[in-house]
Design a protein around this ligand. Sequence first.
Ligand code: PLP
Length: 470
Amino acid sequence: MTPGQFREEGKKIIDWIADYYENIEKYPVLSQVKPGEILSSLPENPPLHGEPMSAMMKDLDEKIMPGITHWQSPHFYAYFPSNTSFPSILGDLVSSGLGVQGMIWATSPAATEVETRVLDWLAQAMGMPEKFMSGSTGGGVIQDTASTSALTAVIAARERATKFESNETGVRQKQVAYISTQTHSSLEKAIKMAGIGKANLRLIEVDDQFAMRPELLDAQIQKDKKAGLLPFFVCGALGTTSSNAIDPLRKIGEIAQRENCWFHIDGAMSGTAMLCPEFRHFMDGVELADSFVFNPHKWMFTNFDCDVFWVGNRNELINTFSILPEYLKNKATESGAVFDYRDWHVQLGRRFRSLKLWFVIRHYGIEGLQFHIRKHVELSEKFTQWIKESDDFELFVEPPLNLVCFRHKKGDDFNMKLMNTINEKGKIFFTHTKLNNQVVLRMSIGQTHTELQHVEEAWNIISDTARKLA
Ligand code: PLP
């Protein structure tokens, strides 16, 4: 493909994406295909000869689009938001166009320095303590997902706790990690992958708001110490996945600090709300954290993948992950004047992900981002109000931000039937969880183009369908 052909085809694809967004509400939000349907529509053998772009676009429309679940639809309320925006798409396109591999500063200085600057901007805009900024002891790095950041935090914590010995000797000591029964599964996965083992993972019980009970954390740590074990890692949630519960971060952080445990805060979705000063009380105690993670690819209008991982002491990361083979040696690294982000995480190769963040932040401005976050929280408050006024439904837990957990009074089977009936129709898509062994329906309100009329329509569909089924 020549640059001229690229220009021509590229413009058509931009038009195709713009048309998609203009028509997105016409698609069933949840893909209606059966397992294997897309696979069987694609030829078993790869094409021997190159094909024209028009043939690919035809198949995209006819064969692939039916298998798309429309995460960017304003009627998408399932799981958690994974919202994007046009500036983000364009930033990602430029990043693809440049094709930069920014594994170390020397392989493309801008990829490193834009990332440093943008993450400092975000830290400042979210009221993060000074230690998480690059001009201080810490700094931020972009990773693919919060799961990878959790693994990074657990491994760095494991190393710090053994004075950076277990990298050399393997995990020999009996280290113990603490999360709550509501913590995201990526933490359990990280503990397993880091060689700690599930047997040394403690799940601390939660209160009636599904937040970790710090006194139980403390008691468990004391018990483990008495048994000769080494507590090394505690995770607090700034918004759990099931119900968006906010753990008491200050109390957890104080215990973690007293016990020399690494304190990781998982704010995968709700971290974005810290852009608004009125929500920052949820992260009271953040200065006690060793690491903090949040996903702009969830609620900050930045397309997947883009996860921000901040640490208070970058040397702990670098001492854990740095390895310098001959072929990567260079003057800039030797000078000590640059960040080589490959030393801050597991992977070596890195995309220029900060570019899309830079586009998003500059397009919206902090005020623009705050406007949209506040709007989603207000829409959730409206939905909550309708649940409270309804005779048929009950609110399961008071929502702190943009996730409403509720259920129909007729019980588990009815709730599942209600949700499946609605989702099969394709107008809206929402999902469920289980809390206290009961089925709970979740409205996660955070898509870029979701407005009041969409949420009203969703509530009408839910309440009308419930009446009909009952
Ligand atoms: N933590 C929480 C609270 C989450 O809700 C999620 C995803 O739902 C994750 C971590 C994992 O996110 P990722 O897909 O970026 O690994």
